[in-house]
Design a binder for this molecule. Structure first.
Ligand code: GLU
Length: 492
């Protein structure tokens, strides 16, 4: 088999959203799986709606996800000569014709058809013009558009879809569609096919919303005498109420950028995306890059719509819980050195990164991450919930302050006292620090929990977290002593 060539051709009219990213991922996976190429083509022929910000956003989103391409980015607007040449070729072959009907003509016919409950399809007026009539229109420089001449065939037009099987359409349902506007600019339907032919695309994997285009494009391939690519139409992503997800109705949450900004790991997000519309056939949900490339197949793409399970009013989940749980899985189990790279960037953004963490304190840095990650959801947590490990300006959560400090005002004396015992303790080990804290609780005839929870609140600002004496070790003697001495400032 010759090389597979796939493409991702976004229109740069907005941000890279979940649906687009998933399409890109499927194309990328299939290219990788088959040892083929992925071509990135920016379909910027809609000049009014295309923006450079959008192009930048799309490239940034793909780069963040690690979806790399082998060719491009090509810009569709740079190939207008090819598109115009194809339109001329179709006219020359009598597979397209100039249509001189004015907007007013078309509107009037449409209204009449509506009133008579007849077909709204183009009625073929200009298709039937005689040579003399055409010559007359041309002589008068009558403005025109170009329409494709749908063959007058009986029966069914079909193509095979890798996901949906055989797709049929009755010829009578396809009217002579427009391929060139009155300003001479070829339309997307044609440009897209001309570019795919030129780029020798073998597989077109795209959303089911393009299926009405595909049937027309099949006719264009035939007329341009080019082989049909393999088509695979992937299900649309809906919200829980079965409405198509969009920025207008769902906000930033459907943009890839949102996940980048909210501390998701790129591979974890790909892993989430792939499951929105594809399943491996068993219950495996976590896939390494290599595993996914191996297991991905067009045949196992779902036929029915996928659900972006985001419940707007559920404060527990700021996005689809599945995306969060997959992210947690990676965050909590991935190679610690690799996680270290991500956390470094996160801490840098927050001004919490110290070069020591990369040099002599590297071991401390990585073991601290390993200690605290088990309850974290995203990279953001390292600088937020985990701020006390990297900085002194962490906040004490209200709940913890009320529950663990305000209820026991004596901690104002007990914690500084513990600080002094820790200052003098030799060796300052996990076992010894625990022994000293428990011993003090016994002397005071209080539950050790009172001291331990007070320590946790003062040392980390949090209500819950890793085992207390692991925390003491991670924060280190100097900072522990200083924070416990200053505990008095935390009482009103
Ligand atoms: N520019 C089209 C879009 O963004 C591409 C469709 C296709 O994959 O052919 O929807």
């Amino acid at each position: 088999m010759s090389e597979t060539r796939l493409r991702f051709p976004p229109s740069p009219t907005g941000y890279l959203h979940i649906g687009g990213a998933r399409t890109a991922l499927y194309n990328w996976l299939y290219a990788k799986k088959t040892g083929g190429k992925l071509i990135l083509r920016i379909e910027d022929t809609d000049v009014e709606r295309s923006t450079s910000d959008s192009i930048e956003g799309i490239l940034e989103g793909l780069t963040w996800l690690g979806i790399d391409w082998d060719e491009g980015p090509y810009f569709q607007s740079e190939f207008s000569e090819d598109h115009e040449r194809a339109a001329a070729e179709l006219i020359a072959k009598d597979r397209a014709y100039k249509c001189y009907c004015t907007k007013e003509d078309l509107e009037a016919r449409r209204e009449a058809a509506l009133a008579a409950k007849g077909s709204l399809a183009y009625d073929g007026t200009c298709r039937r013009l005689s040579k003399a009539e055409i010559a007359e229109k041309e002589a008068a420089s009558t403005p025109y558009i170009i329409r494709f001449k749908v063959p007058e065939r009986q029966g069914i037009l079909s193509y095979d879809d890798k996901v949906l099987g055989k797709i049929d359409c009755n010829y009578t349902e396809i009217d002579d569609f427009v391929i060139v506007r009155s300003n001479g600019k070829p339309l997307y339907l044609l440009c897209n096919v001309v570019d795919d032919i030129r780029d020798r695309i073998t597989h077109v994997i795209r959303g089911q919303d393009h299926m009405t285009n595909t049937i027309r494009q099949v006719l264009l391939y035939e007329a341009l005498e080019a082989p049909l690519p393999v088509f695979a139409h992937i299900p649309l992503t809906m919200d829980t109420k079965r409405a198509k997800i969009s920025k207008r109705s769902h906000g930033e949450i459907v943009a890839v950028q949102f996940y980048k900004e909210h501390g998701f790991l790129p591979w974890a997000f790909n892993n989430y995306l792939v499951l929105l519309g594809w399943s491996p056939g068993d219950d495996q949900e976590i896939f390494s890059r290599e595993e996914l490339i191996e297991r991905f197949s067009l045949e196992r793409i779902n036929k029915s719509h996928s659900i972006f399970n985001y419940r707007k009013n559920d404060p527990k989940f700021f996005t689809d819980p599945k995306a969060i749980s997959i992210n947690e899985h990676y965050l909590r189990s991935m190679d610690i050195e690799e996680l270290g790279e991500y956390v470094r960037e996160e801490l840098k953004k927050e001004g919490l990164w110290k070069e020591d963490y990369a040099a002599e304190e590297k071991e401390w840095f990585l073991s601290t991450l390993d200690l605290i990650r088990s309850r974290f959801h995203t990279l953001k947590d390292f600088a937020q919930t985990g701020r006390a490990y990297f900085a002194e300006d962490y906040t004490i959560c209200d709940k913890a302050r009320k529950k663990n400090l305000a209820k026991y005002p004596e901690l104002q004396q007990w914690l500084p006292e513990l600080a002094e015992r820790y200052a003098a303790l030799e060796p300052f080990t996990l076992e010894e620090t625990e022994r000293v804290a428990r011993e003090m609780a016994a002397e005071l005839e209080i539950k050790p929990g009172i001291i331990i929870n007070g320590m946790r609140t003062v040392l980390t600002g949090q209500l819950a977290g890793p085992s207390m004496f692991d925390i003491v070790m991670a924060i280190g003697r100097d900072r522990v002593v200083q924070r416990l001495r200053n505990a008095v400032n935390l009482f009103d």
